[in-house]
Design a protein around this ligand. Structure first.
Ligand SMILES: Cc1cc2nc3c(=O)[nH]c(=O)nc-3n(C[C@H](O)[C@H](O)[C@H](O)COP(=O)(O)OP(=O)(O)OC[C@H]3O[C@@H](n4cnc5c(N)ncnc54)[C@H](O)[C@@H]3O)c2cc1C
Length: 320
């Protein structure tokens, strides 16, 4: 991606995320994984399928083979949260060496909300216009006044490293931030989540757009298994095992068997007569007439054989 505009996403009022460089993509993940799995292992031979398998089973190191280098500009209070992600390499604009610039984050009116009563780390509710105006006046006033004082101290020859400390945390800073895909996805998982602060979420979402472009299969797998996936704790699973009626599990299992047969047939077309045989072998219980009726409906979804078998095993383990 060489186009400057394409590589930049503007964030908040004055910030941005710019992809400076990236190394590798889906290919690099597959290439690294094949070192451990060997060339052309039958079921995982498709790149997309292999990436999905790796993500599903948290075999994460192949994802570390892809690298991203971003140039980012954000308010210092956002950088303060961002820097907690320790696996990145960072080089930041120095306010000891260079003078600060008069660039402060002033929130959009729609992002000024009350402290949330439910979430101690969140905001909610509609603030009346007169109070919003006051908030904006205070932001502008504090930013302008502190910057004037800072300039005055600079002009008086006070060391920049000391003078900077009167500047508020809504002043913008810039850095180069480099990380590998595995750790970047971890960052995105935490910082694009609805529990993260809006101002950092904007940056995380911007980086996610670049991940989607550079490694689309990895991003798709990440969305399917991590963002939209669900894990059950031990006690939750125990409750499901106790309370979920076997007939419901069996219904789902039967759907999976149909999907499995349709997928096997899509991968390698089978003789119609043999399909019912395979269906029975996979645990199907419908009569041949019901099977034919359902098969001809054309409504059976296909998926991934390995994944469907894994789902089948999980569900079977929930049966009483
Ligand atoms: C919504 C939200 C609210 C938060 N609130 C607070 C808060 O109130 N106070 C606060 O202090 N922080 C807070 N944090 C920051 C949080 O506790 C983590 O520091 C931050 O999210 C970085 O996570 P991480 O350590 O997994 O990431 P990274 O530092 O990127 O590390 C990635 C992974 O590498 C491994 N790792 C890295 N370094 C070490 C190490 N030294 N030892 C062992 N394993 C390591 C871990 O597996 C880790 O998950 C908050 C974060 C979020 C998303």
């Amino acid at each position: 991606m060489n186009n400057e505009q394409e590589n930049m996403v503007t964030c908040l009022d004055k910030g941005f995320v710019r992809l400076v460089d990236s190394m590798g993509g889906d290919d690099a993940i597959v290439q690294a994984a094949r070192v451990s799995y060997g060339q052309g292992t039958s079921k995982v031979s498709q790149d997309r399928g292999l990436i999905r398998y790796l993500m599903r089973h948290r075999h994460t190191t192949p994802f570390e083979m892809v690298e991203f280098k971003f140039h980012c500009k954000m308010p210092i209070f956002v950088a303060r949260q961002w820097v907690r992600h320790r696996t990145a390499n960072i080089n930041e604009y120095s306010l000891r060496y260079s003078e600060a610039r008069d660039e402060f984050y002033i929130p959009d009116s729609e992002n000024i909300q009350f402290q949330s009563a439910l979430n101690k780390q969140g905001r909610s509710g509609t603030v009346p216009e007169n109070l919003k105006k006051k908030v904006l006046d205070y932001f502008n006033d504090a930013s302008e006044r502190s910057f004037k004082m800072y300039q005055e101290l600079n002009e008086a020859g006070i060391a920049r490293e000391l003078a900077r400390s009167i500047l508020p945390v809504n002043i913008y800073t810039e850095w180069y931030w480099k990380n590998d895909l595995h750790n970047l996805l971890h960052f995105i998982g935490l910082r694009s989540d609805s529990h993260a602060q809006y101002e950092i979420r904007v940056y995380s979402d911007a980086m996610a757009k670049f991940v989607k472009k550079v490694a689309p299969h990895a991003w798709e797998a990440y969305e399917d298994y991590i963002i939209n996936g669900m894990r059950f704790s031990g006690p939750e699973q125990e409750l499901l095992e106790k309370k979920l009626p076997d007939r419901i599990i069996d219904d789902i299992l039967m759907d999976i068997v149909y999907q499995l047969i349709a997928t096997l047939n899509k991968n390698k077309s089978r003789d119609k007569g043999r399909l019912y045989e395979i269906y029975k072998r996979e645990g199907g219980i419908d009569s041949i007439d019901d099977f034919k009726l359902k098969w001809s409906s054309g409504r059976i979804k296909t998926g991934n054989v390995r994944e469907l078998r894994e789902f089948k095993n999980k569900l079977t383990s929930l049966r009483n």
